[in-house]
Design a binder for this molecule. Structure first.
Ligand code: HEC
Length: 501
């Protein structure tokens, strides 16, 4: 707990990343697909001496430059800000492992952004061949940005055994390439490339739909039909690539998907499956709309239809990205770090390698927290002694320990536990609301759930999507009291009763 927790009400910090990411994925993949589409179409038009195409393409490249150069770049930096705030510990892990990869990524970004601008501003100003070369240079560097970021993204789902074996020893950087070319690297690269080509089609339909079909029927027909064909690679190759990708995902994570499928009738935890289904259905609808409306009747293809296709693509992207995120539960880096920044792999404490979970259980989760004052820590220590003494007494008399004396310091202790360990995935009232989940549960029942989260038995149903709850017995009791107070307002009630008397 070295970093502050970013409290975003209602939606939670994860969704802030999610919303920026969905938007960014739509544009960044277009930046690559469209970057191949443009020089490809330009070369084709030059070869055939098509003046009308050479008038259309600059318009499309203007749209392309604005969308990718402005919104793509800004949303990309936005993701950086958001992940740094929402998951600082995980971001730090990624930076420490991949700093060199990122440095190279920025070099390519720089070339990519510059060539995109040069490409647009030099239409008809420099020799055709040179202009085309600028286009291909853009395409090449933008593909390189995917080649690099893909290694870092897939690492989080499948860091690979050789990296995991050295995680926490300080020797991670020696395994850079194993971590980078991890088990899902290649299937993911293929999948994303197919998405890039599809988005080139989707966005080209937008500018293509703006061509006046009555004045230039031939051009419009050709542009629309040419663009729709960019969806074909995805149509044929997406399913096998998707299966390949899933085969590379570790058994434990695939279980999340199967958990959904096998319980779909029962309606329990099915988010991953639901998201995968939404993604498949929207993709199928896109193909239907594109074939029946755009391909068969291109002259009357209106901008409204094009926007509908963009909207469907957004839904498909959103659900796929969410499924990918859910597939990682309860980790941020699978088998290494849980979403709440607690590490699964051993950490080095004064030369001794110890599992962080064990260390927190033994020494306390909040013991070294910089978010509690010394007075608070002193009050907690005193409370611990009282609780332990009460238990010793009760063990001899075989009775339940007396109810604890709830003070503001204890509620604060529970709050810090909640912020540190639960808020990465839960909010109080909004998304995955704690109040909703714990509704109608009393203190004892809350303690039972926390006991299950803490025990983390192999058979625990929570294990597939929640990290173990860590801390000392008293810290966990403080969390229970805090949650009970949150949902049942017990503390406030007792105070009212006391003041009424
Ligand atoms: C890695 C993300 C993650 C973290 C961290 C996390 N949870 Fe959860 N939790 C989930 C998910 C996902 C669900 C299931 C949501 C659903 O069914 O819609 C869930 C469900 C629950 C439920 C309802 C379970 C039931 O059977 O009804 C409770 C209670 C709960 N969490 C408590 C906690 C507490 C307390 C913490 C902190 C100690 C915590 N969670 C930390 C992801 C997480």
């Amino acid at each position: 707990m070295n970093y502050p927790v970013w409290d975003v009400p209602i939606i939670g910090s994860g969704w802030v990343i999610g919303m920026i990411a969905i938007f960014h994925v739509m544009i960044s993949h277009f930046a690559i697909g469209g970057g191949i589409y443009l020089p490809f179409a330009e070369a084709r038009a030059l070869k055939r001496g098509r003046k009308d195409w050479l008038e259309f393409l600059p318009r499309h490249s203007k749209f392309f430059l604005i969308l990718t150069g402005v919104y793509g770049a800004v949303s990309g930096v936005g993701i950086w800000f958001a992940i740094g705030l929402a998951a600082p510990e995980a971001t730090s892990t990624l930076i420490h492992n991949f700093v060199f990869g990122w440095a190279i990524e920025w070099v390519f970004f720089l070339i990519e952004l510059s060539t995109a601008a040069v490409y647009y501003y030099t239409w008809n100003r420099i020799p055709d061949k040179l202009h085309l070369k600028v286009g291909w240079l853009y395409a090449g560097t933008s593909i390189m940005t995917l080649v690099i970021i893909n290694g870092i993204l897939t690492f989080m789902l499948t860091p690979g055994e050789s990296w995991l074996a050295v995680a926490g020893t300080g020797k991670e950087s020696a395994h850079f390439f194993q971590a980078f070319f991890n088990p899902t690297y290649w299937p993911s690269l293929f999948l994303r490339t197919l998405v890039c080509l599809s988005l080139a089609a989707v966005w080209a339909l937008v500018t293509g739909s703006l061509i006046n079909g009555r004045k230039q029927p031939e051009l419009k027909t050709e542009v629309i039909r040419f663009s729709t064909k960019w969806l074909l690679p995805a149509f044929f190759l997406m399913p096998p690539c998707f299966v390949w990708y899933l085969l590379m995902v570790p058994e434990s994570q695939r279980a999340l998907l199967e958990l959904g499928i096998s319980t779909i009738g029962a309606g329990t935890f099915t988010q991953v499956t639901r998201m995968v289904l939404v993604s498949i259905m929207t993709s199928a609808t896109i193909l239907g709309v594109v074939y029946f409306i755009a391909y068969r009747d291109p002259k009357t293809f209106r901008v409204g239809y094009a926007c509908a296709v963009v909207f469907l693509a957004l839904a498909a992207t959103g659900s796929t990205e969410q499924a990918r995120e859910m597939l990682r539960k309860p980790y941020v880096v699978v088998d290494h770090m849980y979403s709440n920044a607690v590490r699964k792999t051993p950490v080095n404490v004064n030369g001794e390698a110890i599992k962080e979970v064990d260390r927190f259980n033994r020494d306390g989760y909040l013991t070294n927290s910089i978010w509690a004052t010394e007075q608070e820590k002193a009050a907690w220590a005193q409370w611990d002694r009282q609780r332990e003494a009460a238990q010793v007494v009760n063990a001899s008399t075989d009775e339940q320990p007396a109810a604890p004396n709830v003070t503001p310091e204890i509620l604060r202790r529970g709050e810090l536990m909640f912020r540190g360990q639960c808020m990465a995935c839960h909010t109080t009232d909004g998304y995955r609301a704690m109040r909703g989940f714990l509704n109608e549960r009393d203190l004892q029942s809350i303690k039972n759930i926390l006991g299950m989260l803490h025990g983390y038995e192999e058979t625990s149903p929570y294990r597939t999507y929640m990290p173990p709850l860590v801390g000392t017995e008293q810290e966990i009791e403080a969390l229970a009291i805090y949650l009970d107070n949150m949902v049942n307002g017990t503390q406030a009630q007792t105070e009212n009763v006391a003041s009424a008397q």
